[in-house]
Write a protein that binds this ligand. Structure first.
Ligand SMILES: *Cc1c(COP(=O)(O)O)cnc(C)c1O
Length: 376
């Protein structure tokens, strides 16, 4: 069976974990946490960042930092993972779902303005599959209406919008290092702080609402409870694992992008014959080899293709159930129609893509997809 995903271990993880253990300090904000922070600052020019235990945590921190209160409205796509919404719901926000664009599952920037009300506090963009949203249009709209932009960049490490790294554009951004992502630490994430008004509070919220970080830097002589917060920082063992991955980021990204382009070029014939649609990447965006999807004509065809591939020992999977149709949301709020989002949800199929997928296996998967459509 060719699995849908297989987490890639670079081989250096145990070396760094052993070193972290030997150093004798394995709580958060230690030696490897700082090395990871510096890595991101150097490679992607992020002005400030904090590792977290998950992207979910980073999104929760963002909601606290922009001071989400009961009744605030937050605009986001419906075609996303639950954490994008939960982080803001937990602070009492009302989530306003926006439709996907026609071309890809990302929010359609042109549909956002009509959703803005005096209660709107933020727009959360999700760069689905690591493909950028139209950030110039969204940042301009946010500025005009004095609202914040949070990037859910969970899938977007090493991807770009007009040459700017994703995660460096919104006021705050959240990354994931969950084992299903490109760069992993089992569970893991990071908050990127692009607006310096949040620097001080971010560190406090990260450290359970205390000014412990400033204390350890020797800036104050005792630390105490100064704000709300939680324990959002990962153990230094997790950071040591992550550091091994980061050192191999170029190699990992090169292979994942090769696999993405190979699917794209080989399946183009089926796209040209209109059996399927291939992903459309806007001129302003790049791919980062996070995931490769095709779009079937409808849900029935997708269900048959999944079953057919499984018979051929290939695991392929669909993706999000739109959040506005979920049990939690639809039982509480009025259901609206988000046509493009629902269409992507029914037609999108993800194919195996992971570092260790071999060329022969990928060719086999592609051949099976051709077989399916040619024998129809
Ligand atoms: C993976 C993912 C998350 C959650 O990441 P965790 O690190 O598991 O909390 C959030 N949003 C999106 C878009 C994701 O793909």
């Amino acid at each position: 069976m060719i699995p849908f995903n297989k987490p890639y271990m670079t081989g250096d993880e145990l070396y760094y974990i052993k070193d972290a253990v030997t150093r004798g300090k394995i709580s958060g904000n230690g030696y490897y946490t700082k090395k990871c922070h510096n890595f991101f600052k150097e490679k992607f020019n992020f002005r400030n960042c904090l590792l977290t235990s998950s992207c979910t945590d980073a999104l929760e921190m963002a909601a606290i930092l922009i001071d989400i209160k009961e009744g605030d409205e937050v605009i986001m796509p419906s075609y996303t993972f639950v954490s994008t919404a939960n982080a803001f719901i937990l602070r009492g926000a009302k989530v306003i779902f926006a439709d996907s664009s026609r071309n890809n599952p990302n929010m359609d920037a042109e549909l956002l303005e009509i959703l803005i009300t005096p209660k709107t506090k933020a727009i959360v963009v999700v760069h689905y599959a690591g493909v950028a949203c139209d950030m110039d249009a969204i940042m301009k709209l946010a500025k005009k209406n004095s609202i914040y932009v949070i990037e859910d960049a969970a899938q977007a490490v090493d991807s770009y919008y007009k040459e700017k790294p994703l995660g460096s554009i919104g006021h705050l951004s959240a990354f994931s290092f969950h084992e299903t992502k490109n760069i992993i630490s089992g569970e893991g994430g990071m908050l990127v702080i692009n607006d310096d008004q949040f620097d001080n509070r971010a560190e406090i919220v990260w450290e359970k609402g205390t000014n412990r970080s400033a204390f350890f830097r020797g800036e104050i002589d005792k630390y105490s409870w100064v704000d709300v917060g939680s324990s959002y920082l990962p153990s230094d063992v997790t950071a040591a694992f992550l550091y091994a991955q980061l050192e191999n980021i170029n190699k990992i990204q090169k292979r994942r992008k090769e696999l993405w382009f190979y699917y794209y070029h080989q399946l183009k014939e089926l796209g040209d014959k209109e059996f399927i649609q291939l992903p459309k990447v806007p001129d302003y965006a790049t791919i980062n080899g996070h995931l490769f999807y095709i779009l079937c004509k409808n849900i029935d065809e997708r269900t048959s293709l999944i079953a057919y591939l499984l018979e051929q020992n290939v695991q392929s999977v669909f993706h999000y159930v739109p959040l506005h149709t979920s049990e939690y949301y639809s039982s509480r709020y009025e259901r609206k129609l988000l046509e493009n989002c629902e269409s992507f949800s029914e037609r999108l199929l993800r194919l195996p893509l992971y570092y260790e997928l071999e060329q022969e296996q990928q060719s086999y998967i592609i051949a099976q997809i051709f077989n399916f459509f040619e024998n129809k």
